[in-house]
Design a protein around this ligand. Structure first.
Ligand code: ADP
Length: 541
């Protein structure tokens, strides 16, 4: 027998409808790229998103299923796109601004973006690429100064684009399982793969993020979004905030420690988020800061890479600020686990508490995790048995965009994360290693395989392998282990970087080179990266 409840689709625009009805005067504050402060209300967000929806439909003829790209910082116009694009039934494709030209070209063509909304400060990068984009019909420029000009074809200023559009028509009716947004994740082969979120998955993820046990978002909060909006929809925080009536503070490109601290103070921010690298920088800057007493920041969400326990400890003990660690990935929308203490941990020593908070945390509702050992056995939750972390749930990927990749899923349908770890008796996950051949630097991926292929194309190189080496600030950096063709040759880091630069973003270039006679290999002849990491740790690379 079916229940007798209404069918009420969980669609992304209905998050905004709710925020507008219940919290019409709540504020959204943006510190724009030119540092001007912009502040408006949820009512303005609602009306302008409707105008944008209309402009998309009538000026660009956007229809259901179309892809609309964004190449932008964190600010209110980008937020309007988060609601208006799904409001037309189209997909909001947030493009990572840190990728190389070749990766960006691939992503835009693979997604078949119909139009791209680009921040004026980022336009120069796009001007050279535009002739390579096969499907882009128009560029809409965000935050353009008065005398702004560009060679981009069919470029329109954002404010002109929405100026005459009405603000009172209905969102397009969609199914809650339709796609609403897309982000690309770095593939181990070097080719990024699209992850397509649904209205329903985004809605339920936002509800989970508001629960007190997890991201604990409420109408009391003033949240600084330090995660770039192109990164897994800023971890879904904007959707959760609007659902809860929180004040959103969007810092555009000002994601460095000093401006970040200034914004936290000026805007009376009590919650924030970001990758460990940014918090490492903020900790160092805070130690020298005189206005720490005026700080209202009570806790921040940190993820994307492991947060060092000492940093969790230092924030807590020196500033009384709680670092709440979360684990997840683009394929999991992204939050899969989150680490908070339970009431029965209250009697533990400070050291023991930090140890628990440095774990990646407990699975969130609507998601299940398990550990599968190398022998294919589901590991007991004993805090010891290590294996691959697999996950399933409401906001976990079931298939990549346009890509068949059976190898990413178990026979019984769980997503294989490529992370390795264990789960303890209380359900806390701990990441201990990674099987995917990627390096994570400052929260951004570097494909070691793509680097190896490119380095081996250098005329002086016979063989090359790339591993991650630990780095205090960036978490990991790439080390290239190289065998030269001729023993007498000299290859400097500068020469290699110049060779690689057309193919990679600057942050993706190797940090160091290590020259060897032979690269360690496994019994089947693959590069033995475990052995290389061991040699590096022993000071032998
Ligand atoms: P995100 O935007 O969350 O960084 P990505 O898909 O780029 O998502 O990266 C996901 C990967 O980052 C995970 O598979 C894992 O290897 C690593 N990661 C994310 N969060 C953590 C964490 N808290 N601790 C350790 N590694 C993490």
């Amino acid at each position: 027998m079916q229940g007798l409840m209404m069918h009420y689709p969980l669609t992304v625009p209905s998050i905004l409808d709710y925020g507008y009805r219940v919290f019409p005067n709540k504020e959204i504050i943006s510190i724009l790229p030119d540092k001007t402060r912009h502040c408006y209300t949820y009512t303005d967000l609602y009306k302008r998103s409707k105008k944008l929806m209309n402009a998309l439909q009538h000026r660009l003829h956007v229809k259901q299923g179309d892809m609309i790209g964004t190449y932008a910082w964190n600010h209110y116009q980008h937020l309007e796109l988060y609601f208006a694009v799904p409001g037309t039934g189209a997909v909001c494709h947030t493009i990572n601004i840190r990728l190389s030209a070749i990766q960006t070209e691939f992503i835009v063509n693979n997604a078949e973006d119909k139009a791209i909304f680009v921040d004026a400060t980022l336009v120069p990068f796009f001007e050279n690429l535009a002739p390579l984009f096969a499907t882009v019909e128009a560029y809409i420029i965000l935050n353009a100064p008065k005398d702004f000009t560009t060679s981009l074809p069919n470029a329109i200023d954002y404010e002109d684009f929405i100026a005459d559009a009405p603000d009172d028509t209905d969102w397009v009716t969609v199914d809650e399982n339709d796609a609403c947004a897309m982000c690309y994740t770095s593939g181990t082969t070097g080719l990024p793969k699209g992850v397509l979120y649904s209205h329903r998955s985004s809605w339920l993820h936002a509800v989970m993020m508001s629960l007190p046990n997890y991201a604990d978002t409420s109408a009391e909060d003033r949240i600084l979004v330090g995660v770039p909006q192109f990164h897994v929809m800023a971890w879904g925080i904007p959707y959760a905030a609007v659902l809860c009536g929180a004040v959103l503070v969007l810092p555009s490109s000002h994601l460095h420690p000093d401006p970040f601290i200034e914004i936290i103070i000026n805007e009376r921010v009590n919650k924030a988020n970001g990758v460990p690298t940014i918090w490492q920088g903020i900790y160092a800057a805070l130690k020298k800061h005189e206005a720490i007493d005026t700080f209202l920041l009570k806790e921040f969400l940190v993820g994307g890479a492991a947060m060092p326990p000492t940093l969790i400890n230092n924030f807590q003990n020196e500033f009384g600020i709680k670092a709440v660690q979360a684990w997840g990935m683009t394929e999991t929308s992204p939050v899969g686990t989150l680490s908070r203490l339970q009431p029965h941990h209250a009697s533990l020593s400070d050291q023991e508490k930090i140890k628990i908070r440095a774990l990646q945390g407990q699975e969130v509702p609507c998601v299940e995790i398990r550990i599968v050992t190398e022998d294919g056995i589901i590991a007991p939750r004993d805090g010891k048995t290590v294996g691959e972390i697999q996950i399933k749930g409401v906001w976990v990927i079931s298939s990549y965009f346009k890509t068949i990749s059976h190898e990413n899923f178990s026979a019984d349908g769980w997503f294989k994360t490529g992370d390795v770890g264990n789960i303890n008796e209380e359900g806390y996950l701990q990441i201990t290693d990674r099987t995917k051949d990627l390096i994570k630097s400052g929260g951004e991926w570097i494909s070691s395989v793509a680097l190896e292929v490119a380095i081996m194309a250098h005329p002086k190189v016979k063989e090359a392998s790339v591993i991650a080496i630990p780095d205090e600030l960036w978490t990991e950096r790439p080390l290239a282990v190289i065998v030269l063709k001729n023993a007498g040759d000299i290859l400097s880091l500068e020469e290699l970087d110049a060779f690689l630069l057309p193919l990679f973003a600057k942050y993706q270039l190797p940090e160091k080179l290590s020259f060897v006679h032979e690269i360690p290999k496994t019994s089947v002849g693959k590069f033995d990266k475990k052995e290389m990491r061991r040699l590096y740790a022993d000071g032998k690379l």
